[in-house]
Design a protein around this ligand. Structure first.
Ligand code: KIV
Ligand code: ZN
Length: 515
């Protein structure tokens, strides 16, 4: 591996899925894995096989499907975890086991209740056991960011000797500051005698908003793998965001001694897909993938941009997968044209059936909205989950009466497990009335914690995208709905979230496993 290549290790499907409310089905995980492969992500952490049967099956299915990225399974430094991870990655063309144990004083004393030497021994044992399944073993010193540097050096040296070819230094609780974290990585590489036998990696959490800054500082100090997630998804405040790391390095080649292999044009489609599947909205001002990331509002900026783009833009929107918002298709466009344009913006379908369904949605939308933009196509492509047949609650129809001076009234018809039910209610506004009507007939409840509406493109005929979050007994779920009518989009988002609440989770949350 040359020194000027930075390995991108994506953990959207593992750490990303640990975000409360972000759980995904196997089919959804495979779709995300495929777009990550298309983006040329080097390593895809597909899950934590020992956490549940569902996690095991997903990792295995991804290992069977993905051919051009390494597929990785996470394992605590325990035999049963490692054996399960080894089994799950077996079909992979290139498979990795990522094993970890905590090395910080607080984790060793309070969580593991182990002496440092026992931790070191267990780490070495775990790496050796993982090597029985694959030559590609990564070791993580969990909470390295708060570990004693001398002890960390001993653990790193011993685990490299035991056969780990990647050493990951996580800032598990997002406590570090860039210059300090960079220095930790530099010292480790300098002081560990066999450091040249491994690639140093970092995995930073965003509790202080410094995950990307810390990752970049580590790269400047010799790290050659960064662990990150699409949209910065992840435990608590999330992980370093893939799009920000990749674009910082690509844009500032004058500063960084390395670059990634990533096809940056897939970034926006991947961000959309992850947001659509998890239901987690992307904040409009989010760097690279936020709706406003390339929008110029001030007259002075607009004037500058018109004279020379570089006055206020450091990257080209097209290079990260934003289209120039040009009108692409209309109601007379055929299937081949839709398929070709989808391909141009990085979206391919795994089956003809999926393409035909997307084309049907395109036709329906083209009847309502005559000008179809790339952003609309991205929404159409990600809509299959929202309209899946196997869900518990499906919207059949909705009627709302809203008149000045009168209380809005709604009548909603939905199917519950295939059986039609009708609900009616008044509300403070049209959306409130529809939600109350749904609540009157659905056994599932939940407290509405978030409700937001965004337009997908400009204009009053644009599709509205509604995101909601429900909480029930400590469990969070997100729902998304898209429609040219925002009251219908709101109803769809609410039902999407209720459908998620209706699904039993078979998975032990990894927090329960002591991560
Ligand atoms: O944050 C963390 O330390 C982790 C490890 C399992 C790498 O997610
Ligand atoms: Zn993590």
């Amino acid at each position: 591996m040359s020194d000027n290549r930075l390995i991108i290790f994506d953990t959207t499907l593992r750490d990303g899925e640990q975000s409360p409310g972000a759980s995904m089905t196997q089919e959804e995980k495979i779709r995300i894995a495929k777009i990550l492969e298309q983006m040329r992500v080097d390593v895809i952490e597909a899950g934590f096989p020992v956490a549940s049967v569902g996690d095991f099956k997903s990792v295995r299915a991804i290992a069977e499907t993905i051919k051009n990225s390494t597929v990785c399974g996470l394992a605590r430094a325990l035999d049963k975890d490692i054996d399960r991870a080894g089994e799950a990655i077996k079909p992979a063309k290139s498979g990795r086991i990522h094993t970890f144990i905590a090395t910080s004083p607080i984790h060793m004393k309070e969580k593991l209740r182990m002496e440092p030497n026992q931790v070191l021994e267990q780490a070495v044992h775990a790496v050796k056991r993982a090597r029985q399944y694959t030559d590609d073993v990564e070791f993580s010193a969990e909470d390295a960011g708060r570990s004693d540097l001398d002890f960390l050096c001993r653990v790193v040296e011993a685990t490299i000797d035991a056969g780990a070819s990647t050493i990951n230094i996580p800032d598990t609780v997002g406590y570090n500051i860039p210059h300090q974290f960079g220095e930790t990585v530099r010292q480790l590489i300098e002081r560990v005698p066999n450091s040249d036998k491994a690639i140093f990696s970092v995995h930073c959490h965003n509790d202080l908003g410094l995950a990307v800054g810390n990752s970049l500082a580590a790269v400047l100090n010799g790290a050659r793998q960064v662990e990150c997630t699409i949209n910065g998804l992840g435990e608590r405040a999330g992980n370093a965001s893939l799009e920000e790391v990749v674009m910082a390095i690509r844009t500032r080649q004058d500063v960084f001694p390395c670059d990634t292999n990533i096809d940056s044009r897939i970034i926006v489609p991947a961000s959309r897909m992850v947001s659509s599947i998890t239901g987690f909205p992307v904040q409009p001002n989010k760097a690279i993938v936020g709706k406003n990331a390339f929008a110029h509002e001030s007259g002075i900026h607009q004037d500058g941009i018109l004279k020379s783009r570089e006055t206020y833009e450091i990257m080209r929107a097209q290079d990260v997968g934003w289209s120039d918002n040009k009108l692409v298709l209309g109601k007379h466009s055929g299937r081949a044209a839709v398929k070709a344009r989808l391909k141009e913006i990085g979206i391919e379908f795994e089956s003809e059936t999926a393409l035909n369904e997307a084309f049907d949605r395109f036709k329906t939308l083209a009847d309502l909205k005559h000008e179809i933009y790339d952003e609309d196509l991205m929404v159409i492509a990600n809509q299959s989950r929202l309209e899946a047949d196997h869900v518990t609650y499906k919207l059949v129809s909705s009627w709302v009466c809203s008149e000045t001076g009168e209380t809005p009234h709604a009548k909603v018809v939905i199917t519950i497990d295939g059986k039609e039910v009708t609900g009616e209610a008044d509300g403070g506004g049209s959306v409130d009335a529809v939600y109350s009507a749904i609540k009157s007939i659905v056994p599932e409840s939940g407290v509405l914690g978030l409700y937001s509406v965004n337009n997908v493109t400009n204009g009053t005929d644009a599709q509205g995208e509604v995101n909601v979050r429900l909480e029930k007994e400590g469990r969070l779920v997100y729902g998304k709905g898209v429609d040219t009518d925002i009251v219908l989009a709101s109803a769809k988002a609410y039902l999407d979230a209720l459908n998620k609440l209706a699904v039993n989770i078979d998975r032990e949350h990894s927090q329960d496993n002591g991560i």
